[in-house]
Write a protein that binds this ligand. Structure first.
Ligand code: GCB
Length: 600
């Protein structure tokens, strides 16, 4: 076809960008390293028709083969500047509902410190698909809005004092029934480079990842160290405060050490962390430089027996609340101060545990929870009606789960991986989600696996085939709200005889902050409070409930919530979206958790 022009006729233009993928296999653990920030103001344009990728703008070809100027439709430096990290929706009023592709671009210089160093470009989160280009060449793409990814850009980068490297990132925030999550969720679909962007310099042979945890039964720390760049040699793990040093040989890019040690165990009451130093030492004649990382790690044991959960061998009741990553001004972008304020609101409620719903929150959360002593449930966005029968959708879900686990498996605060939320009990769903459970266990044998399951509303029973695969059964129930017949809840709890711990991982009702009325008036604080009182009284009678996370700490943005009380927000928060004004139901939970915690 002599008149064929691929950029206007090829509807499968995305395929070439998916040939190189960043995923859990290429993920480098950066927790123990200093990086160089690329945050700041990037040039930005909404690329509504995705022309950068269709027409290969990123190649930046400005002259014809004959050397004559071409009429280019792009203009990097002329485009407005926008903040990174930030969700674009809250940066410009006209982008509030924008859900297509945004182009981000900036330049950076690069002078290597060591010959042979690898340069790694890392994104803590980009919503949803990011295609990354450096100096006109595809570095690769990544799917998933809430997990980190990186590219080794050593071969693409220009070096030297005058060198200018151009990064272009096409961030595509479309919703789709085949993505994870799908096109229909009960939260706002923010887009953009909304978490940190960083450069890391690594030696050619480097420590790629590490996983330290207490051996079952205690008395030992197990340390698995993974090396990148084909490294042979030795690995040394040192925990100075414990006076322990262990060494081992690298085989097949991995060294597994057992370290005799009796660390003080981490718990919410005593969140003890140890400085850990890991060295890679190249062997004998090998002139390669070594590598060193430092991390702060806590050691603890979490287990279940019967219907109880045990932390360090002691029975624990999880006094929690759910929280979304959604701030009225920042959307999904967060920072240390904001995370600490969430933890303050939890602790003032006498809580010890958070459900980070419904996708991986910023990696900073678990680090701060480690320091502050908060237990965490972390979740992957297999939410509602996923395309369970579609293999690529499974691949995406498994990759996002793996990226989350690899990011946070050294964080003592994380005790539960959740593989999904409220998914109908079909055969396709069972094989999809049980495979996720298996994957989670293969990456991490030191935590519990759960999911927020549904109740059999016809037979009034806690019943879900996935429960057989889980350590803990999570249940969401809204009796007294979506189903006004509250009396069903005590019947369900009495009818069920689970052999595992049950967490009520959602319950609640909507209340507009300041809206008053009677305990029967929908949307009032009074009804919400009365509902909480009834829920709590019912839970008190149930022996197998091992913890609670009411829905939800703060009101959050949601395009499905459109009545006069909601105005685009889910109003089930115990605290208003302003994150300041507490509703009466907050104090019901505070009272109850105080009683359990020992009458604070
Ligand atoms: C649920 C969902 C949660 C919703 C909540 C609600 O069951 O898991 O994402 O926001 O109910 O408010 O309806």
């Amino acid at each position: 076809m002599a008149n064929y022009q691929s950029n206007i006729h090829n509807s499968d233009y995305e395929a070439e960008y998916l040939e190189i993928r960043a995923g859990s296999d290429s993920l480098i653990n950066t927790a123990g390293r200093g990086g160089e920030s690329l945050n700041g103001r990037w040039n930005f344009i909404p690329d509504w028709y995705d022309t950068l990728r269709r027409a290969h703008w990123y190649r930046d070809v400005r002259l014809s083969p004959a050397g004559l100027p071409l009429p280019c439709d792009w203009d990097w430096e002329a485009w407005d500047r926008i903040k990174v990290p930030a969700v674009w929706n809250l940066e410009r009023p006209e982008l509030y509902y924008y859900e297509s592709t945004g182009i981000y671009t900036r330049t950076f210089g690069y002078i290597p410190k060591d010959e042979g160093e690898r340069l790694i470009l890392r994104f803590e989160g980009a919503s949803y698909r990011a295609s990354v280009f450096l100096n006109g060449i595809l570095a690769g793409s990544h799917d998933g809005a809430s997990t980190p990814f990186n590219f080794d850009i050593t071969a693409l980068v220009k070096r030297g004092p005058a060198a200018e490297n151009r990064i272009i990132v096409a961030v595509d925030a479309r919703r789709s029934p085949y993505r994870i999550p799908t096109d229909n969720t009960d939260w706002f679909n923010y887009g953009g480079l909304y978490r940190d962007v960083l450069l890391y310099r690594l030696p050619a042979r480097h420590i790629k990842d590490w996983f330290l945890r207490l051996a079952p039964g205690g008395g030992k720390i197990l340390a698995d160290i993974y090396l990148g760049g084909g490294a042979g040699g030795q690995v040394r793990v040192e925990i100075p405060e414990l006076g322990t040093v262990a060494e081992g040989a690298v085989r097949d890019s991995r060294a597994c050490l057992e370290i005799e040690a009796k660390p003080v165990l981490w718990s919410p009451e005593s969140p003890k962390l140890y400085d850990v130093q890991i060295d890679f030492i190249p062997q004998g004649q090998d002139a390669a430089p070594g590598d060193r990382i430092r991390d702060r790690i806590g050691f603890r044991e979490i287990s279940v027996r019967g219907t109880d959960i045990f932390l360090n061998g002691k029975k624990v009741f999880l006094r929690g609340v759910c929280v979304h990553e959604d701030h009225i001004k920042l959307g999904k972008t967060t920072n240390a101060a904001l995370i600490r304020s969430v933890i303050r609101d939890l602790k003032e409620m006498n809580g010890n545990y958070l459900r980070l719903a419904h996708y991986p929150h910023d990696g900073l959360f678990a680090k701060i929870a480690d320091e502050e002593g908060v237990l965490l449930w972390e979740e992957t966005p297999v939410y509602w009606a996923v395309a369970f029968g579609n293999p690529p959708t499974y691949g995406d879900a498994e990759n996002q789960l793996s990226e989350l686990i690899l990011r946070d498996r050294n964080r003592a605060s994380v005790i539960i991986w959740s593989v999904g939320n409220e998914n109908a009990d079909t055969d396709d769903r069972l094989s999809f989600m049980s495979a996720l459970v298996k994957k989670a266990r293969s990456l991490d044998d030191s935590r519990l696996v759960s999911a927020a399951c549904l109740i059999d509303h016809e037979n009034l029973l806690i019943q879900d085939r996935l429960a057989d695969f889980l350590d803990i059964i999570g249940i969401n129930e809204y009796y007294g709200w979506y189903d006004p017949d509250f009396g069903k809840l005590p019947r369900i709890l009495a009818n069920s005889q689970p052999e595992k711990p049950v967490l009520i991982c959602e319950f609640g009702g909507g209340a507009r902050q300041g809206q008053r009325g009677t305990a029967d008036d929908l949307w009032t604080e009074d009804k919400q409070k009365a509902l909480y009182e009834k829920q709590v009284e019912t839970f008190k009678q149930c022996p197998y409930i091992a913890g609670l996370t009411p829905w939800i700490l703060y009101d959050f943005r949601c395009p499905r919530r459109l009545n006069r009380y909601q105005e685009g927000f889910n109003r089930k928060g115990l605290i208003d979206a302003d994150r300041l004004t507490r509703k009466p139901a907050y104090y019901v939970m505070r009272q109850f958790y105080g009683e359990i915690a020992g009458g604070k």
